[in-house]
Write a protein that binds this ligand. Structure first.
Ligand code: MN
Length: 228
């Protein structure tokens, strides 16, 4: 009798845990470097809270929407973005938050380890902005003028032109609900949670220092794969 009850309990636990896994298709990948690897530009505590608390919350909240929108579990994140108008604000905020932060961790590297723009990307930057410095100025301006919380972006548009833009909240240029659309190749989080511990209200200082962390090797790869 006891043995049967125990088997039943184990079977129940097993099926509950299987269900829980199926309902939580989104997971938080570890940072691709140590939490203190980006210091002194971004301090360890900011990275730990930003990744472990904020990004984790977007993942958890997105998993919480799968029961309402089962197709979320079947689609790549990019595909979810391109049909965002079909979903609610919770999906928009949390799928956006998950995509944006996954990209953000990847396009940064410890200072001195990110390499340089490829010849191909450098030529495209000169064609569309005049110089890398001019691109950086336009990008930092987008970061500075985004009111409240949001992101600054470098995207490749449908004509293979590089464009600087910004979005509010956790929106991104892959979403069908934003004005300026394209494929992100570089992104800067300008939410206060990304910089406030170290930079307080000085978003401009954060944006300027942040260029030391750009992982050009990853940006080059994203640029190449976005070309059509
Ligand atoms: Mn963030």
């Amino acid at each position: 009798m006891l043995k049967t009850a125990k088997s039943l309990l184990l079977a129940t636990l097993f099926s509950v845990s299987t269900l829980a896994t199926a309902a939580e298709p989104f997971t938080l990948a570890p940072l691709p470097y140590a939490a203190d690897a980006l210091a002194p530009v971004i301090d360890k505590a900011t990275m730990q809270i930003h990744h472990g608390k904020h990004h984790q919350a977007y993942v958890n909240n997105l998993n919480g929407q799968v029961a309402t929108f089962p197709d979320l579990a079947q689609l790549p994140l990019e595909a979810i973005m391109s049909r965002m108008s079909r979903y609610n604000d919770a999906v928009r905020n949390n799928a956006g938050g998950h995509y944006n932060h996954q990209l953000f961790w990847q396009i940064m590297a410890p200072a001195g380890q990110g390499g340089e723009p490829s010849t191909e990307l450098q030529k495209a930057i000169e064609r569309d902005f005049g110089s890398l410095v001019a691109l950086q100025n336009a990008f930092n301006q987008a970061a500075a003028t985004r009111f409240g919380s949001g992101w600054a972006w470098l995207i490749l548009d449908e004509n293979n032109k590089l464009v600087v833009t910004s979005t509010a909240n956790q929106d991104n240029p892959l979403m069908d609900v934003v004005d300026v659309q394209g494929t992100p190749i570089l992104a800067l989080d300008v939410w206060e949670h990304a910089y406030y511990l170290q930079y307080q209200n000085k978003r401009g200082d954060y944006a300027t220092a942040w260029w030391k962390l750009v992982n050009w090797q990853k940006v080059n790869e994203l640029h190449r794969s976005a070309l059509n």
